[in-house]
Design a binder for this molecule. Structure first.
Ligand SMILES: Nc1ncnc2c1ncn2[C@@H]1O[C@H](COP(=O)(O)OP(=O)(O)OP(=O)(O)O)[C@@H](O)[C@H]1O
Ligand SMILES: [Mg+2]
Length: 464
């Protein structure tokens, strides 16, 4: 509880990590490093306390988008302050009777940043700092100046992931400094959801949602692990020759004759200068998929010898389906990269496929649910059986899947600069036959940031 004249600011009690944050006096203070650790709360409370403690101080709170700013800060701040400060919508500022000001700013584009060039503030809060690049951070930092005795500080809150992951990790987690940076100015207070005693008490379900995330995201958001971008994207992928015999705990198996009663699905990812991947999946009566055949090549790469022009690709697909003993006399259904319907650069690739009698349905291109479906298929049940196997003759599948690495900026996606064509085709296939997780792994959230919606729903909003 803080008092100023007769007006009273009523505050909830900070938890231990928030207390450390509120007391910290470094020039650069980062807080959090995981989801739900009480970061946004700490920002609002610290800003209000500074406004009270230093009459006339200027404080700026920054977040990437205006809706996030309004939901996470402006509205809760109105509730917190009541009539203790006046909010002006046009300037997005709270003015206190003692002359202090809290300004709210969002920055989605470089043009937004240009607008703040001349702004001066004594204290700057950057909520979700990993959403900003280091250059944007530097430009914001430059606003912290003023000829007065007020403290000059920059507070950051952060989660692993985002375009700013590397610079936040360097400054606050790895503590690697450039010549012009003084290590003594930087402080990091780690706060996990388990430190947020208020939330743990009010909404014990929330931690379960974090626990149910896929492994990397869980490490990042629940455990505050900043090394999430290292390592294999399909870390569950196993190629264990010694287990061929019983097909347990491996994804790669020796080919076998495909029973006539199994259906076959063809998935296709097209690339012009990059390889295409056409993949035939046999599906057994339990819905388990087996990659039985693969046609893989490059349509337009120069100096590659024979090029796979679309006509050649589809005539070869058509030939295989007429002649190969696992494909002929079966109804093969197809699912493909939706971009092959694009006719903006001349004839759409799909028209070429049609001419050869190779038909496809449009694949579902959503990446995050798609990768989740791939993970579900690859995960082993309690006895060690996955829902997707790969014949060891499909060498481009078996070669590329384990090579794929995480994106450097998005903990839920893979780095698309790699040879991900088979993975994309696998994703379209999985999305065409979505399955429930093998074990009790709940689905992943979709949307920009489903955990960041306000209200009671906010911590219960994981769904497709
Ligand atoms: N000391 C506290 N007393 C009461 N409630 C609190 C306290 N700290 C945090 N909370 C509440 O816990 C919830 C999560 O806190 P907050 O939004 O600050 O977390 P966050 O780290 O910003 O989360 P996210 O990672 O989703 O952005 C909110 O409902 C918030 O009001
Ligand atoms: Mg927050």
């Amino acid at each position: 509880m803080e008092k100023e004249n007769t007006r009273t600011l009523v505050l909830d009690r900070p938890n231990e990590k928030q207390r450390l944050f509120l007391l910290d006096r470094h020039r650069y203070i980062a807080f959090g490093g995981a989801r739900g650790g009480g970061k946004s709360w700490a920002v609002r409370v610290k800003a209000a306390l500074l406004a009270y403690r230093y009459p006339g101080i200027k404080i700026m709170i920054v977040r990437k988008t205006y809706p996030e700013l309004r939901a996470n800060h402006i509205n809760p701040m109105k509730q917190l302050l009541g009539d203790l400060a006046a909010y002006k919508e046009t300037t997005k500022e709270f003015s206190f009777p003692n002359g202090s000001v809290i300004m709210f700013r969002h920055c989605q584009t470089e043009a937004d940043l240009d607008k703040y060039q001349g702004t001066e503030t004594d204290v700057l809060f950057i909520d979700e700092a990993t959403q900003f690049t280091e250059e944007q951070f530097d430009r914001f930092k430059a606003c912290v100046r003023g000829v007065n005795d007020f403290p000059k500080r920059v507070y950051l809150t952060c989660n692993p992931g985002g375009v700013g992951h590397s610079f936040v990790k360097r400054l606050f987690v790895d503590r690697q400094y450039k010549e012009n940076e003084d290590p003594a100015q930087f402080s990091f207070i780690r706060s996990l959801v388990t430190d947020n005693t208020a939330l743990m008490r009010e909404d014990p379900e929330y931690i379960k949602q974090l626990e149910a995330l896929p492994p990397k995201l869980k490490k990042a958001w629940l455990e505050g692990d900043w090394n999430i971008f290292e390592g294999q994207f399909f870390e569950e992928f196993r190629d264990l020759p010694e287990h061929y015999a019983d097909r347990r705990f491996t994804h790669v198996i020796a080919p076998f004759e495909v029973p006539e009663t199994w259906s076959v699905v063809r998935s296709f990812d097209f690339g012009f200068a990059k390889p295409f991947s056409c993949d035939w999946w046999a599906i057994d009566h339990d819905g388990r998929a087996y990659l039985i055949l693969q046609l893989y090549g490059c349509a337009g790469a120069p100096n590659e010898g024979v090029k796979w022009h679309p006509d050649r690709i589809f005539s070869e697909i058509s030939r295989m389906e007429l002649e190969h003993r696992w494909l002929k006399n079966r109804r093969v259904t197809g699912v493909a990269d939706p971009s092959i319907w694009d006719a903006s650069r001349g004839e759409a690739i799909i028209e070429c496929a049609d001419r050869h009698g190779v038909y496809f349905g449009k694949g579902d291109n959503r990446r995050l649910p798609g990768w989740m479906q791939c993970h579900y298929r690859l995960s082993f049940d309690e006895e060690g059986f996955p829902m997707a196997y790969f014949f060891n003759t499909c060498r481009h599948a078996v070669r590329t899947l384990p090579l794929l690495q995480f994106s450097k900026t998005d903990p839920e996606d893979l780095d698309t600069a790699q040879e991900d064509h088979f993975a994309d085709s696998f994703r379209y296939f999985c999305m065409s036959r979505p399955m429930a997780p093998q074990r009790a792994t709940p689905p992943l959230p979709t949307g920009d940031d489903p955990l960041n919606q306000r209200g009671a729903q906010r911590y219960r909003s994981f769904s497709y």
